[in-house]
Design a protein around this ligand. Structure first.
Ligand code: FE2
Ligand code: FE2
Length: 283
């Protein structure tokens, strides 16, 4: 067991991980069957009145641009379809589980929700792994950041600039705490009973190579996370176009293994950057 994992275990023992909601586990089971039962799903979700209210509020927000407001969970499910509905339940639960104080709150959620949508988009286009898993991995990939923020008073100064996905954040975390949010996050994902491939991808999402990830889905999900983290950073960036193109070429060269894994090339980075900027504008 690596030192980072041991330290992460010690750290986990000192922080309170919010309990996973049963509905997430139930939904994963239902999603995995050949013909998921819509009635069973909407009944299970509707039982949680507070969560249902949040889901309905979110669906009726301008982001979804519905012509008529939705009034019930079963209506929402039939209108959105199972996959979109599952994504909304997951992000609503994630908002309940994770609480970020102060200034970082908006930044964390903007990055997290953009990542979920970007990961899903990459999965839908590359068709190598389930889009639901990709959405889930995007949503939970930095779930340890708020927990570390609550645990370490000096975490805020590194989490702020590092949230967009640089390697620097991991280096500083390892130096300061002998572990990092990728290792802690993978343990939280396990604790929350998310699929193993999700936990594995979170574990490796800041590493420089994919070679040691034997599971095919976990390797693709990790590549999707790393690609999307870079795209989210570009969409968020205020640097000049010249600097950006230099940065993109450099990234594409250094991270060729990620592009190869996903069957993408450097031009795709520019395309996804535009799509990410559009997603941000829709919010
Ligand atoms: Fe991260
Ligand atoms: Fe991230």
């Amino acid at each position: 067991m690596s030192a980072a994992v041991l330290e992460a275990e010690k750290l986990i023992a000192t922080i309170t991980i919010p309990a996973q909601r049963q509905i997430v586990i139930d939904l994963q089971v239902e999603m995995a069957v050949d013909e998921p039962c819509f009635t069973q799903i909407s009944t299970a979700v509707a039982k949680d009145v507070a969560l249902s209210a949040k889901i309905i509020k979110l669906i009726n927000s301008p982001f979804y641009g519905l012509s008529r407001p939705v009034g019930s969970i079963s209506q929402a499910l039939s209108l959105l379809g199972l996959n979109n509905f599952n994504n909304i339940v997951l992000s609503s639960v994630m908002r309940e589980l994770i609480n970020v104080d102060g200034e970082l709150n908006e930044r964390f959620w903007e990055h997290t929700l953009l990542m979920a949508r970007l990961c899903e988009m990459v999965a839908l286009r590359t068709r190598m792994v389930s889009a639901d898993l990709a959405y889930m991995v995007g949503l939970f990939h930095d779930c340890a950041v708020p927990l570390m923020l609550a645990r370490f008073p000096d975490y805020e100064d590194i989490a702020f600039p590092g949230l967009g996905g640089g390697k620097n954040l991991i280096t500083v975390e390892d130096e300061r705490y002998c572990t990092n949010h990728a290792v802690v996050g993978s343990m939280v994902a396990k604790n929350w009973k998310l699929p193993d491939v999700v936990s594995l991808a979170i574990r490796h999402h800041h590493e420089s190579s994919l070679d040691h990830i034997n599971d095919n889905d976990a390797r693709v999900l990790t590549a999707i996370l790393m690609f999307s983290d870079f795209i989210s950073m570009l969409a968020d960036s205020s640097v000049s176009t010249n600097l950006e193109s230099g940065k993109i070429e450099g990234w594409a060269q250094y991270h060729r293994h990620i592009l190869i894994e996903l069957g993408l090339n450097c031009d795709d980075v520019y395309e996804y950057r535009e799509d990410a900027a559009e997603l941000l504008m829709r919010d």
